[in-house]
Design a binder for this molecule. Structure first.
Ligand code: NAD
Length: 349
């Protein structure tokens, strides 16, 4: 009798481009991967029964109830194929199921998308594209402004934020930075958050979503900003209180918003709802604004990033099962308590 010893992976929220990149990375047939279109949630966790690993993305739900179900089915590993992990209850997972992630796959992809959104917005490229396709060559209403000499506030100066600041410096912009943990010797001009709000013509968000950063853009902080400020969010939707943003746009306090993420994105983004009625009034109203550009969590989507995501995810799984450790393990003691004794020389529990 031949016993199939391949590690079995239940892959949730699988899109065409995921399947293509993971099939390529797994072309030697090392893993047995089942691709599910559905997202992981309490309702779908049963699909993971009999699998060793669940592979999930940003809008899958890995809360306490899902973790308990997975642990009960003897799933050993949650392999995130993304960097952010605000959708995983890592504290509840500790001692029950290991969690690994892809900490970086192409920070360039996200930083370049942030600049692409900014340029599109302030030079009205999205409007011009539609006009000229209709043979409308009028320039009325397309007046933009120079980036040169403008002040950009960068919130979060990790991998993506640092690359974004470099891009902005290339445009000869003045860069102000804020980070809870400023990078020493970065040469960045760190200021406090109030100064970011008060002095920036443009603010770009590159920090993680945490209890502390949730709704950091709210009625109070919007009121402190320069009139006409341009906001760019390629990080996580809930950094911005969407209702407050909408009011800020209606009041002309916010000049433009470039959103690759949205706080209620999980039911909408990544799906084709053309021809459907969108139930989310706030999103529909934001999209209807001439000075709001929404892309649907697309910033990561480059060939380079997809290849790196697939390769790192499979290598995380390989390392976990072969070596009993993983450099990219997530552990709340490492993250929150800051003193996990394992220091990633072996697994955290
Ligand atoms: P990173 O960990 O390298 O950098 C995050 C930075 O935020 C760090 O410097 C950290 O000190 C800082 N930070 C932590 N708490 C903070 C706080 N309360 N206030 C201000 N700064 C704080 O992460 P990264 O790779 O640069 O990614 C940044 C974010 O981008 C991720 O958290 C993720 O949510 C998002 N992201 C989005 C996409 C996309 O496709 N739109 C893709 C990848 C990552």
């Amino acid at each position: 009798m031949v016993v199939d010893m391949k590690t079995k992976i239940a892959f949730f929220d699988a899109k065409e481009y995921d399947i293509a990149s993971f099939e390529k990375a797994n072309s030697n047939g090392e893993y047995d991967i089942k691709f599910y279109e559905t997202k992981l949630s309490e309702d779908t966790a049963d699909l993971a029964k009999g699998y060793d690993v669940v592979c999930v993305f940003v809008n899958d739900t890995v809360n306490a109830a899902v973790i308990d179900k997975l642990a009960n089915y003897n799933v050993k590993l949650v392999a995130l194929r993304c960097a952010g992990y605000n959708n995983v209850d890592i504290e509840h997972a500790f001692g029950k199921i290991h969690v690994v992630r892809v900490p970086a796959y192409s920070p360039y992809a996200v930083a370049e998308h942030a600049m692409a959104l900014l340029l599109t917005s302030i030079r009205r490229i999205h409007k011009a594209y539609i006009r000229t396709r209709d043979h409308n060559f009028s320039l009325n209403g397309l007046t933009g402004f120079d980036l040169h000499g403008k002040t950009v506030g960068v919130v979060g100066t990790g991998k993506i934020g640092r690359i974004f600041t470099d891009i902005c410096k290339g445009f000869r912009m003045n860069v102000l930075a804020y980070d809870k943990f400023p990078a020493k010797d970065s040469g960045l001009n760190y200021v406090n958050l109030d100064e970011i709000w008060e002095r920036s013509d443009i603010i770009s968000f590159h920090c993680p979503l945490t209890e502390e950063t949730k709704h950091m853009v709210n009625p109070d902080t919007i009121a402190k900003m320069k009139k006409g400020v341009v906001l760019i969010n390629t990080s996580r939707g809930a950094l911005i209180d969407s209702e407050a943003l909408l009011e800020g746009i209606k009041d002309r306090q916010v000049g433009a918003a470039c959103l690759d993420v949205y706080e209620e994105e999980s039911d909408v983004f990544f799906h084709d709802y053309s021809g459907h009625i969108i139930a989310d009034d706030t999103l529909a109203r934001l999209i209807s604004m001439p000075n709001v550009i929404v892309t649907s969590h697309q910033a990561f989507l480059t060939q380079e990033a997809l290849t790196n995501i697939a390769d790192t995810t499979l290598s995380n799984i390989r390392q976990y099962f072969a070596d009993g450790r993983c450099d990219n393990e997530l552990c709340y003691k490492c993250e929150k308590v800051g003193k996990c004794p394992q220091e990633h020389k072996k697994l955290c529990f």
